[in-house]
Design a protein around this ligand. Sequence first.
Ligand code: MN
Length: 200
Amino acid sequence: MYQTLEEYNRKRDFRKTPEPKGETRKASEELSFVIQKHAATRLHYDFRLELDGVLKSWAVTKGPSYNPSDKRLAMRTEDHPFDYGGFEGIIPKGEYGGGTVMLWDRGIWHPKGDPHEGLEKGNLKFELEGERMHGNWALIRMKPKSDKDKESWLLIKEKDEDADTNGVGFLEENDTSVYSGRTMEEIAQGAPVHDGSPAA
Ligand code: MN
């Protein structure tokens, strides 16, 4: 169900949304990851890991936490195209996922062991080298409550030197785009990118 970009393309009207059309591309040697803060019906953080030329995706309602005791619910969502990792802007109201999208973090990820096996078994461990996300993390799939249950996973910080047992304030202190320096409000208003930011 998540293995191709068909679902991604089916859900969107590309005459109306500025999001990129779904196309697979060749797998790269260094795997990128991106987190997009998305003010849709409910605010959430879309966590995306590149694999096989697409972005494997989860929606993390509360966002990531550096506290290893915070197990953050991460609902698996459809694969997104690689180019989606460069998207920041506004999905028009009424369209799928309508709302503001911010590039909240990006970098590369290093799977521990075979990531295909990890996805299959529901136990994916990896290291992140992003601007805001560092160190060792895990995505663990929970037992489904029913056949119709969407894939519910947990995003968990592993105990390492990057872990923070307090972990409070991380999301609040990091409330601008790593791409444009803009806040959610500024993106929503179509404000220009800030001087000195990578996009300027
Ligand atoms: Mn989303």
